[in-house]
Ligand binder design. Structure first.
Ligand code: F6R
Length: 258
């Protein structure tokens, strides 16, 4: 894994966005894996600005979401399809089309079938070229919560209590309003993305980042599977990096390459 440590969230998001912009300049029409939550918002802001400047476009690309809440009303603004629409879809944003945006069908009364369909649709598209990721304070990536399979495919997952508490901020702070399960790409699905770029910010993420980067690979901290990914970049602010031990080494490696 390549680790970048930045003074601010904005700087880390800019670095992540520039990796994506460069990748798409070299591979127009590549397939992008998109995350929701607060971590990628700074990236999306830079991508929209780059689109306005004419140096980035998802017009000919497909984008696949990591996950979607099960049973959330289709018009709920916190439904992940709607969040991603608001961030990315349209010529005034990144050029991504409505048809180009793929999200798991959280409305399907048969979530197991919906999960299998979604996994198949990623394969049919030729896989994900570059996957944007965040990480939960409990170490989940997408909604792969602790204690699950490290090789799972897209599946129906129960959200951990910690995740429900963390996500209540998107639902008026009310735990009862937070959906309790989601369809999520599995860890095996995510590991097939050809490149991954993960961002994490703030003190609340420092345990997850410590484990992700320096802990043993373990289902207890699902993100640790990324240590086995051949092309993973982890971009964090100082607060999220606070417990890392080998920071001098990470900084030296980063400077050598960039
Ligand atoms: C979102 C997702 C989650 C988030 C994680 C961190 O699509 O899959 O894994 O990346 O919960 O959320 P934030 O960024 O809001 O701290």
């Amino acid at each position: 894994m390549e680790i970048g440590i930045f003074s601010t969230e904005a700087e880390a998001s800019k670095a992540a966005a520039e990796i994506i912009i460069e990748h798409f300049a070299a591979n127009p029409g590549a397939t992008l894996g998109v995350a929701t939550g607060s971590s990628p918002l700074g990236i999306y802001e830079v991508l929209r600005a780059a689109h306005a400047e004419g140096r980035f476009s998802l017009a000919d690309s497909k984008a696949f979401a990591l996950d979607e809440y099960v049973g959330i009303a289709p018009d709920h603004p916190e439904g992940y399809r709607n969040v991603l629409r608001a961030q990315l879809v349209g010529d005034d944003k990144t050029g991504l089309t409505e048809e180009g945006l793929h999200t798991p069908n959280g409305q399907n009364p048969e979530p197991v079938a919906a999960a299998a369909e979604y996994d198949a649709s990623i394969r049919e598209a030729g896989g994900i070229d570059l996957q944007i990721l965040g990480i939960g304070s409990d170490g989940h990536i997408a909604f792969n919560e602790p204690g699950g399979s490290l090789v799972s495919r897209t599946h129906h997952e129960a959200l951990a209590e910690q995740t429900v508490r963390d996500n209540a901020r998107f639902f008026e702070g009310n735990l009862d309003l937070v959906p309790k399960s989601a369809l999520t790409q599995g860890l095996g699905t995510i590991m097939e993305a050809r490149r991954v770029v993960l961002t994490a910010f703030g003190e609340n993420k420092k345990d997850a980042i410590k484990q992700l980067v320096e802990g043993p690979i373990s289902a207890h901290w699902p993100g640790t599977i990324l240590q086995m990914h051949p092309d993973a970049t982890i971009l964090v602010d100082e607060a999220a990096a606070a417990d890392l031990e080998l920071t001098d080494l990470y900084r030296a490696r980063w400077e050598m390459k960039h």
